[in-house]
Every structure is written in structure tokens, then in C-alpha cells.
Design a protein around this ligand. Structure first.
Ligand SMILES: [Cu+2]
Length: 247
């Protein structure tokens, strides 16, 4: 789609897919956030530069009638109509952006609304990610072949973790809804896939949940990091995630 069309229709531009998918159809929202920020940013920058040039004070100029004086509030040229307009217009814009951002948040947080193919127990500790064996969803009407007997069968193609040098590794099938049940055995950590837009706190003595639909993403290699400072090796608490197509 061309840029002018993107601007008019606010659809998810194709270029956005290069940033990791359309987030379950909500890429258009991200695009709107971006384009409105750009429009407002440009208006502010142009107005500021115009004023910098037009009201520039040269040596010998008399003080401008709007010149700021310490302790004096400049109200001589006040304009209530403009004041009201620049209060109401941003209020409408911010309300609109708040409203459309509730949709993607709801989508991300509604873990139970997404029927899982498999659930993976993740245990965080200083400073490792441990992934339990995937657990198949036994209630699923049409289980995928890797879950055909109700027990997870590791597909023969899955061998990428053997080469991983990260502190944890997980290989998951493309085209599966994955639930992650997260807990920590020591301190606070945070399960963060920057490339997939997922971040969830991992808390001792508490199960937290997050989920991922791997069909929204390209197959290949991704990284997980810890996004909650957790001690000495926090910065290298990584894990590899491979999303692999099953032939
Ligand atoms: Cu950590």
C-alpha cells in the first residue's frame, strides 16, 4: 500500500510487517499511534522554528510587546477561543488513542480467550530460563499432530536447540497457540521477547501467564531476555526461541 493511502485509511501498512507481524490484526493501531505522533510532532516543530525565526531578537531592537518580564503574566493578548481549542483538540486525540489502544491490550491480556495447543512451564532463576516439556491441551477437539496422543511428541525436525549457546532454549512449532505459565524460584524476573512484543513479570510464589500465536510470526530464531533487574548476570540471562515449520 502506498504511503498516501496508508495516511488516509490508517490500515496496517505492509512495511509494518517487517517489524514482526501485525500483532493479531492490531498493527493498524500501532500505525495510527505512530502517524499521529508524527503529525503532532511536525506541527510542534514547524511552529517552534517559525517562532524562533520570526521573534528573533536582534541587538538594538526595542522589547516586543509580548516580551516576557519576570513576575508578570502576559495576558494582554489572551484569546479564550484558542485556549479552548488547544485544550479540546488534544483531549479528543488522546481519548481516541487511549480507546484504540485498549483493544490490543485486551487481546494480549486475554490468555484464557485463546485456546492453547500447548502450555509450557517456564521457571526463572538467577540467571537462567528453564523450559519444561510442553503440555498438550487434552480438551482440544482437533489436536495437532505433535499432540496427537495427548502427549507432546517432539517433532523430528526440532534440533536447533542443540546448537544454542544461550542460557535456555525452546523450539516451538509454527502455527500453534502457546501458553506460557511462568514462575520464579528466587527473585523477580521478567519474560521478555522484544521482537514479538511480549513482556510479562515472573514472580516468586505466583504463576503468571502469557501467550503467543506462532502463526503470526515468521519461522526462525528469536531471543528472550530478562527485563527485570535481578542481580549480577541479569544482562546475560538470555534464551533462544526457535519457531520451526513442521513439514
Ligand atoms: Cu532475571
Amino acid at each position: 500500500m502506498s504511503l498516501p493511502k496508508d495516511l488516509i485509511f490508517f490500515e496496517n501498512p505492509t512495511i509494518w510487517n517487517d517489524f514482526g507481524g501485525d500483532y493479531g490484526g492490531f498493527g493498524g493501531v500501532v500505525w495510527q499511534m505512530f502517524i499521529w505522533s508524527l503529525i503532532v510532532g511536525l506541527l510542534v516543530a514547524v511552529w517552534m522554528i517559525y517562532n524562533l525565526i520570526y521573534f528573533r531578537h536582534a541587538d538594538g531592537d526595542p522589547d516586543h510587546k509580548d516580551a516576557l518580564k519576570a513576575g508578570v503574566f502576559p495576558h494582554e493578548r489572551g484569546n479564550p477561543k484558542i485556549e479552548i481549542a488547544w485544550t479540546i483538540a488534544p483531549l479528543i486525540l488522546v481519548s481516541w488513542l487511549t480507546l484504540i489502544s485498549l483493544g490490543p491490550l485486551d487481546y494480549m491480556w486475554d490468555v484464557d480467550g485463546q485456546e492453547a495447543d500447548i502450555t509450557i512451564e517456564v521457571e526463572a532463576s538467577q540467571w537462567w530460563w528453564d523450559f519444561g516439556t510442553p503440555i498438550c491441551n487434552e480438551e482440544k477437539e482437533n489436536p495437532q499432530e505433535w499432540c496427537s496422543t495427548g502427549i507432546y511428541q517432539k517433532p523430528a525436525e526440532f534440533d536447533q536447540c542443540e546448537t544454542s549457546k544461550a542460557r535456555g532454549c525452546l523450539e516451538i512449532p509454527h502455527g500453534a497457540v502457546i501458553h506460557f505459565r511462568l514462575t520464579s524460584i528466587d527473585v523477580l524476573h521478567a519474560f521478555n521477547f522484544p521482537e514479538l512484543g511480549i513482556k510479562q513479570d515472573v514472580v516468586p510464589n505466583l504463576d503468571t501467564l502469557t501467550w503467543l500465536d506462532t502463526k503470526e510470526f515468521n519461522t526462525g530464531h528469536y531471543s528472550i531476555w530478562c527485563a527485570e533487574y535481578c542481580g549480577r548476570d541479569h544482562a546475560i540471562m538470555d534464551a533462544d526461541i526457535f519457531i520451526t515449520e513442521i513439514a
